[in-house]
Design a protein around this ligand. Structure first.
Ligand SMILES: [Zn+2]
Length: 253
């Protein structure tokens, strides 16, 4: 230790009022410096003893030790037949976008949906909301009941419908959209040939919406031109892009 700092250390000790340095009934005063040295040496001895004792102890076996996270490859994102898991939105945090209240979205998505419908109307397009937020129970019906009615195996059903717990509709950010003037194309690939779809294709990004399952999407879900999701704020963006985590990215080494 340089002389200067030794001096200042001692100096600072001398600044301690006498009353605090002299404990009642204390044995003859020791130099504070000696006490400090004693404490350091004593602590070192304890540490050395502890290290020696530790070395004598049996080492934990592999089964007892915690797995080393850094050495493990990242877990692949859980998915079922290409569908990713999503939490149900809080039903109290939804806004109706139809007069009868049957179709609901998260407030941020609902606001932008209304703006988008108005903008489309000014261009002579009438967009129709066909489906918004769904509970897991509703998705359970759509997946399993309809699957049986249509005599579909799960892999085939999953190309067009998500299993319960794995639908973007649970989030309150996904919406099935139709062209009100072409109800015959609702929820069919033919929707892509309507003026409504063409308008969405050109304008939806301005309102924070994007197609979830374009042709040849990495999740392997069938092309759904009617199914859109809101990604226009941080929460919705994280909801969908964190869920993907891109395990299927072809460019990853
Ligand atoms: Zn949908």
């Amino acid at each position: 230790m340089p002389k200067q700092s030794q001096k200042s250390l001692l100096g600072s000790m001398d600044d301690i009022p006498i009353a605090q340095r002299d404990l009642p009934n204390s044995s003859p005063r020791r130099s504070p410096w000696l006490i400090l040295v004693g404490v350091v040496l004593g602590g070192g001895a304890i540490a050395a003893g502890l290290a020696f004792w530790t070395m004598q102890q049996p080492q934990p076996t592999a089964t007892e030790s915690e797995p080393i996270e850094a050495a493990d490859p990242p877990d692949p994102v859980e998915n079922i037949l290409g569908h990713l898991p999503y939490e149900e939105a809080n039903p109290d945090d939804l806004t109706a976008i139809t007069a009868d209240g049957s179709i609901r979205l998260r407030p941020a998505a609902a606001d932008r949906w209304v703006e988008m419908v108005d903008a489309a109307r000014r261009d002579g397009i009438t967009l129709a909301a066909l489906s918004g937020y769904r509970t897991e129970a509703e998705q359970d019906y759509l997946f399993f009941e309809v699957k049986e009615q249509r005599n579909q195996p799960p892999s085939e059903r999953a190309e067009v419908s998500a299993p319960p717990g794995f639908s973007e509709h649970h989030t309150g950010y996904a919406i099935d959209i139709g062209d009100a003037n072409r109800p015959d194309t609702h929820l069919t690939v033919d929707f892509e040939n309507t003026p409504g779809f063409q308008w969405l294709d050109t304008n939806s990004a301005r309102f924070g919406f994007e197609l979830s399952f374009p042709p040849d999407n990495p999740q392997g879900i069938a092309y759904e031109p009617w199914h859109w999701r809101f990604v226009g704020d941080s929460d919705s963006l994280e909801t969908f892009y964190r869920a993907q985590n891109l395990p299927q990215s072809p460019a990853s080494p």
